[in-house]
Design a protein around this ligand. Structure first.
Ligand SMILES: Nc1ncnc2c1ncn2[C@@H]1O[C@H](COP(=O)(O)OP(=O)(O)OP(=O)(O)O)[C@@H](O)[C@H]1O
Ligand SMILES: [Mg+2]
Length: 440
């Protein structure tokens, strides 16, 4: 009896082992071919790529996080491809994706070690783990290897924030370097379309299309409106709400998440008022708060808080924007002037990437490093349109403000400094050529 059981166990182990070995080999074809398929490592490199490439040489765990379909896995393949071109032995590179397979990190690493007889203390190995947030307790497992084997370089990706639980951040404190990958910015959009980033009529149609459809690379060649909407709905929103989020957060009412997403996409920049939302939808305030937090953690929305200098006041006021204009397109059928202004504002909020707006009687859309930036995408700009920025400069003793316009292109002197009026397209082009404000 005992012997039979032992044999059974050995058999099971062998079967599992063979299965895993094949699985690992499938994920790592370069162990045999010595190169990465160019259909995976696409030739177009994102603006942030050189910086990320540089950090591969450092000891830190490199984390790449961002919204679904923005190019995380592609960038991982690009990095692997370059490592091989830089004469790293392909067998010293392990890639594994946890997106659809629930394997244990230890199993994956130990199986790899077995296959190639790697001694992690002696050899430099590169371990890429895609969608790592799907593994329970991943942070402790990675930390164990990181601390034991200084020669392992980890690169991990996630479609939700990796630090949803505060403990994760504490566990990996001082060990991790995180980059966020966003949908394509306008400069990248022009570059992939082979358009020179020069302010003028030639870029205008691309600007309008970018504002309308946003920055998901797979949609750039889509002509049909229906195909586009179907893609954003099913591949981005539904996948996150019905598959990714429930796996991590335990969502009772995914339909309500969609409803909140739709609300924000129809009212980009809306003020979040938990109490009135709670009343309107008959949901507890905490549920609303949690759900908005889930949307933010999976990068579907961007939440801005009210700017305060040097105080740790409770920042109650918040505004929410969709994280890409494609989401606005999905939920709005009619594009009038007011909505178009919102498209411009949302694109700018996402391009600047600052977490602050300002409201204190008057209002400014974005505060970046104490510079007030207001979006006024309309015909004539009146003095009244500059009021928020002027107020902010007065209150915070600033000297420079920016109002992003449709056409107005001039400077207005005020007692405390100057306000630069700049057309939206020009502002985007300045960013594209590196002259403008930091985009991120
Ligand atoms: N650098 C790029 N150049 C051209 N197209 C790209 C690039 N990066 C991504 N894409 C396009 O976007 C698609 C999605 O990219 P990728 O699978 O890398 O994204 P992801 O962030 O890993 O998505 P998911 O979260 O769903 O795994 C690719 O199949 C490709 O068509
Ligand atoms: Mg991916």
């Amino acid at each position: 009896m005992y012997i039979v059981m032992t044999i059974k166990l050995i058999n099971m182990c062998i079967v599992m082992y063979i299965m895993k070995r094949e699985q690992l080999e499938e994920f790592n074809p370069w162990w045999i071919t010595k190169k990465v398929d160019p259909e995976l490592a696409l030739p177009f490199k994102r603006d942030i790529y050189p910086e990320i490439k540089k950090s591969i040489g450092r000891r830190f765990i490199l984390a790449l996080v961002g919204l679904r379909r923005t190019g995380k896995t592609t960038m991982v393949y690009q990095l692997i491809s370059e490592l091989i071109k830089d004469m790293i032995n392909p067998e010293n590179i392990l890639f594994f994706s946890f997106d659809d397979i629930a394997f244990d990190i230890d199993e994956v690493i130990e199986t790899y070690k077995e296959i190639h007889k790697k001694e992690f203390r002696e050899e430099k190995v590169y371990i890429f783990m895609d969608e790592i947030q799907k593994c329970r307790n991943w942070e402790n497992k990675i930390k164990k290897y990181y601390d034991l084997y200084p020669k392992i370089k980890f690169v991990i990706t996630g479609s939700e924030s990796l630090f949803i639980r505060k403990k994760t951040k504490e566990t990996l404190a001082g060990r991790i370097l995180e980059y966020k990958l966003y949908p394509f910015n306008f400069a990248e959009y022009l570059r992939i379309n082979n358009i020179k980033p020069e302010y003028g009529t030639r870029v205008k149609p691309y600007f309008l299309k970018y504002l309308e459809r946003g920055g998901f690379p797979e949609t750039f060649s889509m002509e049909s409106e229906r195909e586009f909407r179907e893609y954003i709905r099913s591949i981005v929103v539904d996948k996150i709400v019905y598959k990714d989020m429930p796996a991590i957060f335990g969502i009772d009412d995914p339909g309500f998440l969609i409803l909140l997403m739709e609300l924000i996409a129809k009212n980009p920049g809306m003020y979040i008022d938990y109490q009135s939302l709670s009343k309107q939808y008959g949901k507890d305030r905490r549920v609303i708060k949690n759900y908005l937090n889930y949307l933010e953690e999976s990068f579907l929305i961007r939440v801005l808080i009210n700017y305060r200098r040097g105080t740790t006041n409770l920042r109650k006021r918040k505004r929410a924007y969709p994280s890409d204009n494609a989401l606005i397109y999905l939920y709005n059928r009619k594009y009038d002037d007011a909505l178009f202004g919102k498209l411009v504002e949302t694109a700018i909020v996402n391009a600047v990437g600052s977490p602050f707006f300002w409201k204190n009687g008057n209002e400014v859309d974005i505060i970046l490093d104490e510079i007030p930036i207001e979006v006024k995408y309309k015909g004539a700009i009146k003095n009244e349109d500059l009021k928020g920025v002027a107020e902010f400069l007065k209150k915070f003793k600033g000297r420079k403000g920016i109002v992003i316009t449709k056409n107005a292109d001039r400077e207005v002197k005020i007692s405390r400094g100057r306000i630069k009026l700049i057309p939206a397209l020009k502002w985007f082009m300045d960013g594209a050529s590196g002259k403008g404000l930091k985009h991120g």
